[in-house]
Ligand binder design. Structure first.
Ligand SMILES: [Zn+2]
Length: 213
C-alpha cells in the first residue's frame, strides 16, 4: 500500500496513491485492475429516510479488499437531512466498520460534539479520521484525546498542521489540486523535506488501512 492522499473523489494519476471515495458505488470500470483503492460510505448529505437499501449496497462494497475504509460519513449541521437521521445512518455505519474491521473516514461540519459523544458511548475499536480538518490545535488535541484522527487539505489551520505529531500526519486533496501541493505546504510549515513527509504519510496511511502489515 502506497497511499499519499487519504481523501479524494477522483482517480489519481498514479493508481494506488489515493483513497478514492465512491459513496455507495459503483467502483469505476477497470479501476480495480489498475490497482486503485476505495472508500465506500453513505455521506450525511445523501442519507434518505430509506437508508437501509443504501446500506445494503454499501455492505457489498465493504466486502471488497480494495475498499479498506468506510466513508465518508458523519455529520453536517449546515446541509442534508435532520440530525436524527444523520445519526441513525452514522451509527449503522459504525457497526459496519466494526463488523468489517475497517476504519472510518468522517465528514464533520460544526458537529464535533456528536462525534466525540458517539466515540465515547459506542467505544469502537476501529480508528476514525475526520477529513478536511480546519480547526485549531486545541480542538485537534481534544479530538486526539478521544482517539479521533484528522487529515489536512489545502485549507487548514497552519498551526495545527505544524503541531501534529508525525505519526498522526495525514494529508488529502478532497479532489482539488494535487497532493504534491499539500505535501509542499506541510513541508514548509513543518520544516521537513517533502520526501520525509511522503514517507511519514505513507507509513501512517498503511498503518491506518492495513494495520496487520
Ligand atoms: Zn470529500
Amino acid at each position: 500500500m502506497n497511499i499519499l492522499d487519504i481523501h479524494t473523489h477522483v482517480l489519481p494519476q498514479v493508481p494506488g496513491s489515493a483513497l478514492v471515495c465512491i459513496g455507495c458505488g459503483p467502483i469505476p470500470d477497470g479501476a480495480l485492475e489498475q490497482g486503485h483503492w476505495f472508500c465506500a460510505g453513505l455521506h450525511p448529505w445523501d442519507v434518505t429516510e430509506d437508508f437501509d437499501s443504501q446500506l445494503d449496497t454499501l455492505k457489498v462494497l465493504l466486502a471488497n479488499p480494495r475498499v479498506p475504509a468506510v466513508g465518508e460519513c458523519g455529520f453536517d449541521a449546515l446541509k442534508g437531512p435532520s440530525h436524527d437521521l444523520q445519526e441513525q445512518a452514522f451509527v449503522r455505519q459504525v457497526q459496519l466498520s466494526e463488523q468489517f474491521r475497517k476504519p472510518m473516514i468522517l465528514h464533520v461540519v460544526r458537529d464535533f460534539d456528536s462525534v466525540i459523544r458517539l466515540r465515547r458511548t459506542l467505544k469502537p475499536e476501529q480508528p476514525w479520521l475526520i477529513h478536511g480538518f480546519r480547526g485549531g490545535p486545541e480542538q485537534m488535541n481534544q479530538l486526539y484525546s478521544h482517539g479521533i484522527l484528522v487529515s489536512f487539505g489545502l485549507k487548514h489551520n497552519p498551526e495545527s498542521l505544524r503541531q501534529v505529531p508525525s505519526d498522526r500526519l495525514f494529508l488529502e486533496t478532497d479532489g482539488h489540486d494535487t497532493i504534491v501541493q499539500t505535501i509542499s505546504l506541510a513541508s514548509a510549515l513543518r520544516k521537513t523535506p517533502p520526501q520525509t513527509i511522503e514517507e511519514q504519510i505513507t507509513l501512517n496511511t498503511t498503518h491506518l488501512l492495513s494495520p496487520g502489515s
